[in-house]
Design a protein around this ligand. Structure first.
Ligand SMILES: CC(C)(COP(=O)(O)OP(=O)(O)OC[C@H]1O[C@@H](n2cnc3c(N)ncnc32)[C@H](O)[C@@H]1O)[C@@H](O)C(=O)NCCC(=O)NCCS
Ligand SMILES: Nc1ncnc2c1ncn2[C@@H]1O[C@H](COP(=O)(O)OP(=O)(O)OP(=O)(O)O)[C@@H](O)[C@H]1O
Length: 291
């Protein structure tokens, strides 16, 4: 008899979805050079964030993502009981994040977006196209969690000042930044042979061309948002991050957004969410076994 069982342990669906969500966050953090965001090169426009903190925060969120998937499997349908369970788990996840980072907001928007998408994937793993998963996530986001606190968050302040409804609206609309912009761009750039890292940068830029990113609006107002959107479009128009001209413009955009303090944190969250949806939809070998 063998002393050790060397067969790989079969992971549950909830384990695998939590793994994929954390992987997506780590891939997003590591991707470089991202304009004004934390990456392998440095802290971008953030004084209170660094790459190690982003990694630690991502890992600390694993239990919350697993619990969200388990709640979806247990309730088995979209409705207020599941929505309110997800809200409670999301708030607990946020508390773990803040405990891990010493009070710094590293992943608030990502808990929201990825949490909804993890639950949506767990509800019907056999129907895991991007369209189906984002639609279920939107139906969850449209339900009102009666227990949600209503703090005067940065997002709420920006909503009052500019009318931008940010992370909540993006989810309620079915993540158009993912389905209409990031995923098509990711796949287009891959198909053109640009390489995975450039394809991911191009996907981030595609999100930035149109997003009303409340992080940017809060930190740099409408001029900052305008600079982000037109600058990202200019990089893509120049051939994207795999081309020499595109790269030059990308570095220019990085410097410009840092000078404006305009960090596109919402776009970064949505890139992580896009990478998650991409892996689910493409039937990643990891996850297929569980389905
Ligand atoms: C919906 C959230 C993000 C509220 O955000 P709010 O608009 O009040 O702004 P806040 O400044 O707190 O956070 C905004 C976050 O969203 C990201 N973001 C900014 N703009 C956008 C955008 N246009 N689209 C998507 N994400 C964005 C930012 O990176 C930022 O981290 C969330 O904090 C929330 O209400 N959570 C409740 C817990 C819950 O129900 N969780 C369920 C998980 S399934
Ligand atoms: N690689 C990344 N670098 C920086 N921010 C990121 C990255 N990925 C995601 N983000 C998102 O950006 C947000 C951080 O933005 P911001 O610093 O404006 O947060 P805040 O706490 O709302 O504001 P402040 O730091 O000004 O108090 C996080 O919620 C996080 O979701």
């Amino acid at each position: 008899m063998l002393a050790f069982n060397l067969q790989p342990k079969t992971l549950s669906l909830a384990d695998r979805l939590a793994d994929l969500a954390v992987d997506a966050l780590i891939d997003e953090a590591d991707l470089s050079p991202k304009p004004a965001l934390v990456d392998r090169r440095g802290n971008g426009a953030h004084t209170d964030l660094h790459l190690g903190l982003m990694h630690a925060s991502a890992l600390a969120l694993w239990p919350a993502f697993k619990q969200m998937a388990e709640a979806a499997i247990e309730f088995g349908e979209i409705g207020l009981p599941l929505r309110e369970a997800l809200g409670r788990i999301g708030r607990e996840g946020e508390a773990s994040m803040l405990a891990t980072t010493g009070g710094v907001n590293t992943h608030r928007g990502a808990i929201w977006a990825l949490g909804l998408l993890v639950a949506a994937a767990a509800l019907a793993p056999q129907a895991a196209t991007a369209g189906a998963v984002t639609l279920r996530a939107a139906r969850l986001a449209l339900l009102d969690d009666r227990y949600a606190p209503r703090p005067l968050s940065h997002g709420a302040q920006v909503a009052q000042r500019y009318g931008a409804r940010g992370a909540r609206e993006e989810a309620q609309l079915g993540f158009p930044s993912i389905t209409q912009r990031a995923l098509p761009q990711l796949r287009r750039s891959r198909a053109q042979g640009h390489g995975e890292q450039n394809a991911r940068l191009d996907a981030l830029l595609a999100i930035m061309t149109q997003l009303a990113d409340t992080c940017v609006l809060y930190r740099a107002g409408e001029p900052g948002l305008q600079a982000m959107q037109t600058g990202a479009q200019a990089v893509l128009d120049a051939g994207g991050s795999a081309s020499l001209d595109g790269r030059r413009r990308l570095h220019g955009l990085d410097q410009q957004l840092i000078a404006l303090n305009a960090s596109p944190g919402g776009a970064a969250d949505l890139l992580a969410a896009c990478l998650f949806v991409d892996r689910i939809e493409s039937g990643d070998g990891l996850i297929q076994g569980a389905f």
